[in-house]
Ligand binder design. Structure first.
Ligand code: NAI
Ligand code: NA
Length: 395
């Protein structure tokens, strides 16, 4: 069928299989254009279908020929109805990997559940034996707790006081003020339950108990810090509490992995347009100004450039460079003083009238559509596409 974008706020309810596969191909080509990374060999990626998780899977497979198992939660297609973008991304990835004889299998289901953990471990035992890297890149607004079946919802709220600042509706380009009421203690707890470190720790301990981790096993989860400007809604808000918890959990996991010399890291990544970040108030305006400045300075990166740098310049060095809190930093370019000074200045000037000139609103909007396989160069959108495109090897 002919597939067009259908957007509702910060989501797009359709996705284009050819555009998604083309995005994946571009990321694969980027990795292939670099020299081989002395990287992982057998990798499990949780949240493998979009954003940083997909880039981690691609970097593993095409950077060091790693076998990958990807876990994600995506909507399969139905006759006349497209799948979600992560489904088509995975179809594109697996097809490309298999063509080059690279092992890739996927599991579609709720990573928070005990069942999916069990199923994943069985697949590792059957096909890989042991894994040497676990990437934890899950981003979800809800978690059904595996112990009691209760559903928890995460929020994106400030703590202590309401927060008012500018934001942009990137569909219309309108810059307006938003006010967000502070989260309650329950909001904080719920957000930590969904996006904190508990599920990461459960994955590692289930894998360790099943004896499917190699000696020197590593695991990495992704975090964000960002500038003062967004602190009330991000790092010092409810989601920031969850990231504090995630970062603390790295030490707990490392302690638990002493016997096998395993290590858990948090990598602090750059702000990027993904399905998750488009949902956060204020952040889209920040990103559109940041992109403008970073592009002008020649420092702009997408998910694949970020993860390539993570593997090549951090994670697989003999000595992994970290900050004083033990975190890997690949947000170093975003956080450069001269970048942040320029963004802060533009922030003051940003209005509906000025933004098209001082910010990269076009870049933001294009990347948003790209997430769903739309507006991708070299794709003919007037041609029929097969919405039933499947994933070659999925459980
Ligand atoms: P994303 O929305 O692109 O990817 C989320 C992934 O999680 C998808 O593969 C999705 O299928 C999977 N997922 C969601 N719920 C699931 C469930 N119940 N079971 C199994 N899989 C599930 O998100 P993005 O932006 O790549 O985020 C990944 C991590 O990176 C998050 O921890 C996020 O906080 C962090 N991060 C994101 C930044 C950004 O600007 N986008 C910046 C720095 C860190
Ligand atoms: Na991801």
């Amino acid at each position: 069928m002919i597939i067009e974008p259908r957007t509702r706020g910060f989501i797009c309810t359709t996705a284009h299989p050819v555009g998604c596969a083309e995005n994946v191909k571009n990321q694969i080509d980027y990795i292939k254009s670099k020299k081989t990374i002395n990287g992982p060999k057998k990798v499990l990626v949780i949240g493998a279908s979009t954003g940083f998780g997909l880039a981690s899977r691609i970097t593993s497979a095409f950077g060091s020929h790693a076998a990958t198992i990807g876990v994600f939660f995506e909507k399969p297609p139905a006759e006349g109805k497209t799948a979600s973008a992560g489904w088509y991304n995975t179809a594109g990835f697996e097809t490309a990997a298999h063509k080059e004889g690279i092992y890739a299998k996927s599991i579609n289901g709720d990573a928070f559940s005990n069942d999916i953990k069990r199923e994943t471990i069985e697949l590792i035992k059957k096909d890989l034996g042991k894994i040497d890297l676990l990437i934890y890149s899950l981003a979800s607004p809800v978690r059904t707790h595996p112990d009691n079946g209760k559903r928890f919802r995460s929020t994106l709220k400030p703590i202590g006081a309401s927060y008012t600042n500018k934001t942009v509706d990137f569909h219309t380009g309108n810059v307006n003020e938003v006010s967000i009421e502070p989260g309650t203690d329950e909001d904080i707890e719920n957000t930590v339950t969904v996006m904190g470190g508990d599920d990461w720790q459960r994955w590692v301990s289930a894998l360790q108990e099943a004896d499917v981790l190699t000696k020197d096993f590593k695991t990495v989860a992704y975090s964000y810090i960002g500038p003062e400007l967004t602190e009330p809604v991000y790092r010092k808000g409810t989601i920031g509490r969850a990231k504090d918890d995630l970062e603390k959990t790295a030490f707990t996991i490392t302690d638990a992995l002493k016997d096998i010399d395993g290590k858990a890291y948090v990598s602090v990544n750059k702000a990027l347009v993904t399905q998750s970040s488009s949902a956060i108030p204020v952040i889209p305006l920040y990103i559109s100004l940041l992109y403008k400045v970073m592009k002008a300075e020649g420092l702009q990166e997408g998910c694949i450039e970020q993860i390539h740098r993570l593997f090549n310049d951090r994670l697989y060095l003999d000595e992994i460079p970290t900050d004083e809190e033990g975190r890997i930093r690949i947000d170093d370019w975003e956080m450069k003083a001269n970048i942040q000074e320029q963004v802060a200045k533009l922030w003051e000037e940003a209005t509906t009238e000025t933004l098209p000139k001082i910010g990269d609103l076009d870049g933001y909007t294009t990347e948003f559509y790209n997430l769903f396989g739309f507006r991708v160069p070299n794709v003919d959108y007037t041609k029929e596409a097969d919405e039933m495109t499947g994933i070659p090897s999925i459980t």
